[in-house]
Design a protein around this ligand. Structure first.
Ligand code: NAD
Ligand code: SER
Length: 317
């Protein structure tokens, strides 16, 4: 991979960890973080304020740093996008279009994270194939499908090296999630440690694919490093690592915190979004084409989350 890298949306749940992972691999000065928020004082490494919907700002930063690869993470997540669909279209589509245009002009490679949200109720819900029906019913999903197609178009039409994955819900102990439907799977750990009790906004049997953040970093880096001649697909590889319901996650947490209790106060908006997504993905294309192989399953993820959050959070009362 060309190693001068720009990360947009770098202060979010993924970006805050991806910047560190990329810097550990390629060197601190090789990775420019950017966002429309400012990083906390004392944060190391290059940072620029970049609104991804501002093409001039993108061009200027890419030329100044001689960027060769863009990890384009800036976007509104599913629940926020559903509450502000017009803004979501502007940021998710407008941002991606401008990133691709600048990539075309400057010959940069682009990583674009799609999502399980790119599927809809007509998609086969179990072991959802790599290539299948994509008729999402959320603005988030509409922008993800359109984004996948736009990335394919820029590759076929302009030979821009676009690549990407469809992430499931991501679980991490760093920066908080930014307003998605799978956020419960992070919040539950904070509440389990602090209050030994969590009220979940999705119903007990809502089954979704999930992934621990170290595996998400692995996917984002490996798909950009692989020899492109191995790729049949380019954009939007299904990737997954584990699969559970809130009830099953609570049962696994209870192995470490026996008096942990979960109850439910279902949010109809986020429940409807989750119900429109697959129960599980088939990620064989990623495994076959670039060797995708996640390290963390449910038990290992829960143990690591509780260990790491336990260093930061204290039980209340
Ligand atoms: P996040 O909400 O935590 O972070 C997004 C970041 O983008 C924020 O720091 C925000 O300030 C920034 N941003 C918003 N508007 C911007 C703009 N106009 N210009 C520049 N920056 C802007 O999101 P995340 O969880 O880190 O997700 C990153 C990407 O990965 C998104 O495209 C998301 O759809 C995708 N994804 C995330 C998950 C997940 O579970 N976290 C799953 C699938 C796909
Ligand atoms: N975790 C993301 C969300 O819930 C999935 O793309 O929005």
């Amino acid at each position: 991979m060309n190693t001068k890298i720009l990360v947009t949306g770098a202060l979010g749940q993924i970006g805050s960890e991806l910047v560190n992972a990329l810097r550990a691999r390629y060197g601190e000065e090789a990775v420019v973080a950017s966002d429309i928020r400012m990083p906390p004082r004392g944060t190391d490494g290059p940072f620029d304020f970049v609104d991804c919907t501002n093409q001039r700002s993108l061009q200027e930063v890419i030329r100044r740093h001689d960027v060769r690869t863009i990890y384009h993470l800036a976007a509104l997540l599913s629940a926020v996008a559903e509450s502000k669909p017009q803004v979501a279209w502007d940021v998710n589509m407008g941002g991606l279009y401008r990133v691709l245009e600048v990539a075309r002009e400057t010959r940069c490679a682009v990583f674009f994270p799609s999502s399980i949200g790119a599927f809809g109720p007509d998609t086969p819900p179990d072991h959802t194939p790599q290539d299948t029906v994509q008729r999402p019913v959320t603005m988030y999903g509409v922008t993800k499908v359109a984004g996948e197609l736009l990335c394919d178009y820029y590759h076929h039409r302009f030979r821009v090296d676009t690549r990407g994955v469809r992430f499931p819900g991501l679980i991490s102990h760093g920066a908080p999630p930014g307003g998605g439907t799978t956020d419960y799977a992070v919040e539950i750990f904070h509440e389990a440690i602090r209050h030994r009790h969590y009220t979940c906004f999705l119903g007990p049997d809502t089954r979704l694919d999930m992934m621990y953040m170290p595996d998400a970093m692995k996917a984002a880096i490996e798909v950009m490093e692989v020899d492109p001649s191995r790729l049949v697909h380019r954009n939007a590889f299904n990737v997954t690592a584990m699969n559970f319901t809130p009830e099953e996650l609570a049962a696994e947490i209870r192995k470490h915190i026996p008096d942990f209790k979960i109850d439910y106060n279902v949010d109809p908006v986020r429940q409807a979004i989750a119900d429109s997504w697959p129960n599980s993905l088939d990620d064989r294309a990623a495994r076959e084409e670039w060797g995708w192989n996640p390290e963390y399953g449910l038990a290992a993820m829960v143990q690591d989350m509780l260990e790491n959050l336990g260093k930061k959070l204290k039980p209340v009362g």
